[in-house]
Ligand binder design. Sequence first.
Ligand SMILES: Cc1cc2nc3c(=O)[nH]c(=O)nc-3n(C[C@H](O)[C@H](O)[C@H](O)COP(=O)(O)OP(=O)(O)OC[C@H]3O[C@@H](n4cnc5c(N)ncnc54)[C@H](O)[C@@H]3O)c2cc1C
Ligand code: FES
Length: 275
Amino acid sequence: MDNNPYIPVPAKLVDVVEETHNIKTFVVEPVRPIVFEAGQFVEMTVPGYGEAPFTPSSSPAVSDRMEITVMRVGQVTERLHALGPGAELGIRGPLGAPYPLDTFCGREILIVGGGVGLAPLRALLFGLLEHVDRYHRIVLRYGARTPSDIIYRDAVSSGWGQNGKLDVRVCVDEGDADWKGNTGVVTTILEPECLSCDPANGVAVVCGPPIMMKFATLKLLDLGYAPADIYLSMEKNMSCGVGKCGHCRLGRYYACKDGPVFTYDAIESINKIWD
Ligand SMILES: Cc1cc2nc3c(=O)[nH]c(=O)nc-3n(C[C@H](O)[C@H](O)[C@H](O)COP(=O)(O)OP(=O)(O)OC[C@H]3O[C@@H](n4cnc5c(N)ncnc54)[C@H](O)[C@@H]3O)c2cc1C
Ligand code: FES
């Protein structure tokens, strides 16, 4: 990062991939490499409209090109979705703390994603799959609203599940005539008939909408995961991104600096963590 953490690195939008009706993946090339670790985020500037925090969805091993998967929800993301290749953007970061992957070595890693929450987890998955032999087993459980809301469709439906490197299962809240998979909220595929995991030797990593994270966490505790082994992405509203403005306060923490990933035991006593 530049010495001044508020100055974005100019970046060119080189490709846009339509994932669903309201989610696109933006491929950007910064004028100089941006090295990040899985779990860290960036602030993306859309000139004239503002900036917003996003977690890269591409491999942390690649620093000259970054993919960021964005759901259209408001002013900045609406404008971003209207842009095409050639547009000029800016990137500040990386910001925040990464997943402590060293402590995951030798353990079973259960990744639970909901909706666009799979985007940050894709960077983690790439990072894990690059050194797959370091981990006992990697399991992905992903829930989307409907089949047409599934992001990274090819990878989710076939690619990632090949070669036995990753145990993948997907469910949707509401199926359609062609849907042959599980139906229900994401905790449906955390039930023992869909999941054979070893919580005593495992960590669970969760990212998704707050309500999904809440019920996934309760389910994981029920399955026997220790609060210190449940990693949650706390996507609080952010501004400075560097621990100065207080926008992202979470109890005694700043989500931008101490997070955005926290273990459940660090935050469980804080009021209204799921709001
Ligand atoms: C660390 C971090 C990583 C994130 N990673 C991603 C990602 O990879 N992909 C992605 O699509 N989104 C991600 N988000 C959420 C993203 O930052 C917001 O969707 C974005 O800031 C909305 O900006 P806007 O100007 O379009 O919306 P606004 O006009 O600001 O708001 C529109 C709506 O979005 C809600 N909103 C605004 N900011 C956030 C926020 N930070 N989190 C949740 N809801 C918000 C508002 O409450 C409002 O309802 C991340 C957020 C954080 C804090
Ligand atoms: S966003 Fe400013 S302190 Fe976290």
